[in-house]
Design a protein. Sequence first.
Length: 289
Amino acid sequence: MSYIENEIIRITTKSGGAELTGIYHKKDGLNYLWNANPAYWGRHAPVLFPNVGKLIDNQYKVENHIYELSQHGFARDMDFKLTDLKEDEINYELKSSEQTLLKYPFQFTLNINYKVKDNTVFIKNVVTNNDQKSMPFSIGAHPAFNIPLKEGETFEDYYLQFEEEEKLETIKLEGPYRNGKRELIAQNIKNLPLTRELFKDDALIFEKLNKNVMTIRSKNHSSMIKVNFEGFPYVGIWTTQTAPFLCIEPWYGIADEIGPVKEMKNKLGIQNLNPNETFTCTYSITVGS
């Protein structure tokens, strides 16, 4: 476990999955990131690569050859190399190997960089194609936040605040797969009250929001969690019917639609990276009052 900090916040990370494991605010004394209690969900904030969501039968094709990948990919379960550690910044690296090539036939480097500034954590994902052919991939984040944050509160004391009025239309899931349908949750709304009923069919999945910023707020106090995911085409919002957390998940990619196994390069939301090129995306988490 490693940590970086400034005068306001301290974050912890681990080489396993290059996962963010804690966000502690020194002034308000709150831990904002989920503690990975396995009774509910045993992860904090996994990195999703090279696929986001579930593939049909855990399979995909590359030039008609079938490969297998589990939901959300293998990066979250692999050991990254810590390549740089400063007081306020840390970098992890994962390179393709014989093990990854069996599941994903591309040479790559994946860097996950964390930096703290004031009360904000910046998370930068950098994917490099080291192969001689175009490399299809998806990448995403899955941070979970403690909701409620304080004793005596309930999940329903919280709401999602948007920067602008939004038409919230979720991409529907049937099991772990998209079923081709959408459902209108709300329109012309800036504050969405959180209820368990919202998640009866699993995650809410939004795309093309007016502004890719969401803030989790309480009716009872000013402590908040703001996630800025500018540039990401999709965002998933997820919890279970009993868990004391809420995930805000920025995605470059999405689960398969019900149907046959697909060529990865043709999947919805896929990124196709040319040889020797690099793809970078950054999101941030701001905590406090």
